[in-house]
Design a binder for this molecule. Structure first.
Ligand code: G3P
Length: 217
């Protein structure tokens, strides 16, 4: 299972990369806007930190504009993955990018049939948003299960990238279902380390060691 960080914040990306568990990065226009930096400069900084797929999203909504932006982004670095919204014009663009050998991440997926369309268009990744479905009382992880079943039935190569993750339980469920990638906010990566029995157990080991005559050789 691959772990991407869902962030455009350089400090978060650097810290997550330093943990040695990071395979890639996903950004979106909202995350980029929050940083208040030039998009190109931000991408260059991210690419210098992480040697893995970095999703950069287009903001045009017509095929021609999407393709123009996609080609601009793809020129920057071979690790750039073009993030395209799951709309008609978007999938037309994904088909041509796929034919050109340019990697794509189809975003804003909320139904299994949308995911099927993305796979047929040749998407490298599909990004179903589990948290935003949970927010409206629809089980986001059920969508992941359905997409994985459909892709396995027909041997589609499109990788299932679980997005809009809100807590470690989403990652547990994604792992049990066999999702290819989880893109995780920094806060949730941090939460995954935490267990009270780890903290209390370590404290007891260290206290017992200190009380003894044992020396570390
Ligand atoms: O980057 C796409 C997705 O992960 C967004 O998540 O938290 O805005 O629903 P969120």
């Amino acid at each position: 299972m691959k772990f991407f960080i869902d962030s455009a914040n350089i400090d978060e990306i650097r810290e997550a990369a330093g943990l040695g568990i990071l395979d890639g990065v996903t950004t979106n226009p909202s995350l980029v806007a929050k940083e208040g930096k030039d998009f190109r400069q931000l991408l260059d900084e991210i690419l210098a930190i992480v040697d893995g797929p970095v999703s950069a999203e287009v903001v045009s909504t017509d095929q021609e504009g999407i393709l123009r932006e996609a080609h601009e982004l793809a020129k920057i670095h071979e690790n750039i993955v073009i993030k395209v919204p799951l709309i008609r014009e978007g999938l037309k663009a994904v088909r041509s990018l796929s034919d050109e050998g340019i990697k794509t991440n189809v975003t804003l997926c909320f139904s299994p049939t949308q995911a099927l369309l993305a796979a047929k268009a040749g998407a490298t990744y599909i990004s179903p948003f589990v948290g935003r479905l949970d927010d409206i009382s629809i089980d986001g992880m059920e969508l992941i299960e359905q997409i994985i079943t459909i892709y396995r039935n027909y041997d589609y190569r499109t990788q299932v990238l679980v997005a809009s993750i809100r807590h470690p339980l989403h990652i547990l469920q994604a792992g049990l279902l066999g999702a290819d990638v989880a893109t995780i906010p920094f806060k949730v990566i941090d939460q995954m380390f935490a267990h009270p029995l780890t903290d209390s157990g370590l404290q007891r080991f260290l206290d017992d060691w200190k009380k003894s005559d044992a020396r570390f050789v």
